[in-house]
Write a protein that binds this ligand. Sequence first.
Ligand code: S3P
Length: 174
Amino acid sequence: MSRAKNLVLIGLMGVGKTSVGKHLAQNLGWKFLDTDHVLEERCGADIPWIFDIEGEAGFRRRETEVLEDLCQYKNTVIATGGGIVLSEHNRSLLKTCGTVIYLAATPAQLYARVAHDTHRPLLQVENPEEVLAKLLAQREPLYKEVADLVIPSEGSRSAKYMADRVADRLGKLK
Ligand code: S3P
């Protein structure tokens, strides 16, 4: 594997980065961290509140600071927020941070997972599936630019199954 320092999971909201990441970390005996959770802990406030008070720009600034810090770690599985690839600076960081795994899914698959979610400010709109489709069109090239591996979501497969698939594919990269 070219960049074995950490494993970094990227992809849109609802694809399962956190749950797949926890299984992967458990299998490897590695630490697990999630940029959104670290950010909320550091800030002492949740993401909807940060978006309300500081706007998306404030959230993105904090997200970059967290990514800069987490990239100093080793042997860690890092799940990232879906918009982490938007800035060029973050994309450069991701490329040095570890092996980057893009968990890919269709807007319909994602929507099925986040339909009742109230914790994601960008999806608190009338038609979240349409927003997911737009975000996917905008971000997919960016995910692919930084990814070492692309793992397509397989419908309603469990997080454990997906983590095993990722581990298989990583084994073949070695
Ligand atoms: C965002 C995704 C969220 C969170 C924030 C913004 C995005 O993380 O960082 O609500 O821009 O796609 P998840 O991908 O973990 O839901």
